[in-house]
Design a protein around this ligand. Sequence first.
Ligand SMILES: O=C(CO)[C@@H](O)[C@H](O)COP(=O)(O)O
Length: 226
Amino acid sequence: MPRPIISPSVLASDFGQLTAECRRMIKGGAEWLHMDVMDGHFVPNITMGAPILSCVHKSIPDIFMDCHMMVEHPEKWVDDIAAAGGALYCFHIEAASDPLSLIRTIHDKNMKAGVAISPDTPSTAITDEIGAASDMLLVMTVYPGRGGQKFIESCVPKVAELRARFPDKDIEVDGGVGPKTVHSCAEAGSNVIVAGTAIFHAENPEAVILSLREAVSKAQSCKVPM
Ligand SMILES: O=C(CO)[C@@H](O)[C@H](O)COP(=O)(O)O
């Protein structure tokens, strides 16, 4: 089973706060930083793009930027995100006209490739071929577009279905995940946990990171090897 990874979803109103949050999360034990890139088309909101990510990367060169591309035409931004220092480029299957070719393009730019599914998309949209070609699969547990939404429990069986087909892949969950909701995700086989509100609205964000990681480790240790 792949190792537990915590990827705090960072969003801030100014660049200084963004980099400060990233540094604090890394110091607090986060392996990845989840960067929500929204284009105002695939989702109604606009957040940040390659120029901001590039500044973050220059300021924190060792950062692992887990770039969640909530964008139309995801093939358009691969070069820019790679140049900005993106480590993982995760696109939505709903927005991709040729997912396999896009995965190859992402790999050619030396980034890991992730494939995301929104709540109404079945896990079978990630075919065996697409899943095998990618490095990470993202099951959204809210409708993409903004933080602070309620976790959709009915998305969790999709994690289990994907884990059964892809035992060695990173499987990420994102949306409404926190200390109360992480357990079902971890038990279903998710090893990469994204959390925004649960971490940034907590009195002790570092303790939340630790509890999320412990939930994944505990679920993994309870699994009987096949
Ligand atoms: O991409 C998204 C939502 O579109 C997520 O990354 C959220 O921003 C995570 O925030 P919380 O749901 O944990 O508050």
